[in-house]
Ligand binder design. Structure first.
Ligand SMILES: Cc1ncc(COP(=O)(O)O)c(C=O)c1O
Length: 404
């Protein structure tokens, strides 16, 4: 008789966004005439940039001709893309990362969920609280998190680093020393980040205690302040303690196209074992590469036209962020984020719980956001709105929120 992976049974409830979708569907069914504005899921709405579309068309034509047709991609990704990444995301920022340390993938979600499998079962993970739920859930699935306490919403073997208004949303070194530290900066959901010197302290800490940092830079393109690092490899010593995950979803609108990459420096070792070699082995065995057409699209992101067009797209979303932030502040809300990330994190009014505020906003303003408690226990009492809607809808949603 077969047996299942029991760890899956430990996962509490359904994924946050399915719960939201169910609630919205029930409300829409009961109120079919209401016009709902969705500022909940972190999905983009602007179309792909012309430079990206042109590159994809060209690549499609190449696939139609036997002379230029491409089959399986190289394990690590095509050199043209890895060279562009190394040049623009690293060398241009003074980071010492070579193309051979870059693993092209189908996105940061899969990489952030899969990376844990190259580590031993008894590693202790530390996560910012609140944070993107995939880090904890993927460790639950592999049986690394102990038991779940439904009252506190915490796992017995996970180290939580609360990020709240009391510490300006900056994770603090935990009392218990972790082995694997997940840092998502700028952070989803709080939309806040830390300075480069604060990040340097984390790198020094990880090197000192022998921990590895898994650094998720999915929102890097939204950084607007000068003292914030665009890559963890801007910090001295990061090559011996950090893995960096990047996505093309939020900087270039690839949420439905699918492309990302992971950097594993060759200096990152556990004794004699090279994590680069292990991830290469895993990639080669379990992943067959992002499509050629998509990798060409990714290359176009770094072209002069692509860069200019995407800068405009990011500016469009950040205009929304700034409108939400100032609009809510004028309406008396306490608001965070929205400066280095497309997320606005607000304190729920009158001590409402996150889910009560979700229902209130849905019913009274017909606006969908995301309850902070869905991202971790310290997210309770907070609420996330995204800047990824259209400008018109963003203003309309604000007007409605102001009225209720
Ligand atoms: C922090 C973070 N990492 C990764 C992802 C997923 O990125 P991708 O679309 O590349 O899988 C998201 C998506 O919302 C995210 O918020």
């Amino acid at each position: 008789m077969f047996k299942i992976n029991d760890n899956y049974q430990k996962l509490p409830g359904s994924y946050l966004f399915s719960t939201i979708a169910k609630k919205v569907a029930a409300y829409t069914q009961a109120n079919p005439k209401k016009d709902i504005i969705r500022l909940g899921i972190g999905d983009v709405t602007q179309p792909l940039a012309p430079a990206v579309i042109n590159a994809m068309h060209k690549a499609v034509d190449e696939m139609a001709d036997a002379a230029t047709f491409r089959g399986y991609a190289p394990d690590l990704g095509y050199e043209f893309l890895r060279n562009a990444i190394a040049e623009h995301d690293y060398k241009a920022r003074g980071c010492d990362i070579e193309p051979g340390e870059i693993f092209v993938s189908d996105g940061a979600k899969s990489d952030s969920a899969n990376i844990q499998e190259i580590f031993a079962q008894d590693n202790k993970i530390a996560v910012c609280d609140p944070v993107y739920p995939v880090y904890v859930d993927s460790n639950v699935m592999s049986g690394r998190t102990g038991t779940y306490d439904a009252v506190s919403g915490t796992w017995s073997d996970v180290v939580y680093m609360p990020c709240t208004m009391e510490n300006q949303f900056a994770p603090e070194f935990p009392k218990e020393t972790p082995d694997i530290i997940y840092l998502c900066l700028p952070n989803n959901p709080t939309g806040t980040t830390i300075t480069k010197s604060q990040l340097q302290e984390w790198v020094d800490y990880a090197n000192k205690v022998g921990a590895v940092i898994i650094y998720d830079g999915a929102y890097e393109a939204y950084i607007s302040e000068g003292d914030v690092a665009h890559s963890i490899y801007e910090c001295e010593g990061a090559r011996t303690c950090a893995i960096e995950l990047k996505s093309f979803s939020k900087n270039a609108g690839f949420t439905g196209v699918r492309l990302g990459y992971t950097v594993v420096p060759k200096d990152l070792k556990c004794g004699e074992a090279s994590l680069h070699g292990m991830w290469a082995r895993r990639h080669g065995t379990k992943f067959n590469g992002a499509p050629y057409i998509v990798q060409r699209a990714g290359e176009a992101v770094y072209s002069p036209e692509g860069k200019a067009q995407l800068k405009e797209q990011v500016a469009y979303y950040m205009k929304n962020a700034s409108a939400i932030k100032s609009g809510l502040q004028e309406a008396g809300y306490t608001v965070f984020g929205g400066v280095n990330a497309p997320y606005i994190w607000l304190k729920t009014p009158d001590k409402m719980t996150s889910w009560d505020f979700f229902d209130y906003l849905l019913e009274q303003a017909n606006v969908v956001g995301t309850p902070g408690s869905g991202f971790g226990p310290s997210g309770e009492g907070y609420f996330r709105l995204t800047a990824f809607g259209s400008y018109e809808n963003t203003l309309k949603a604000l007007e409605r929120i102001r009225k209720v």
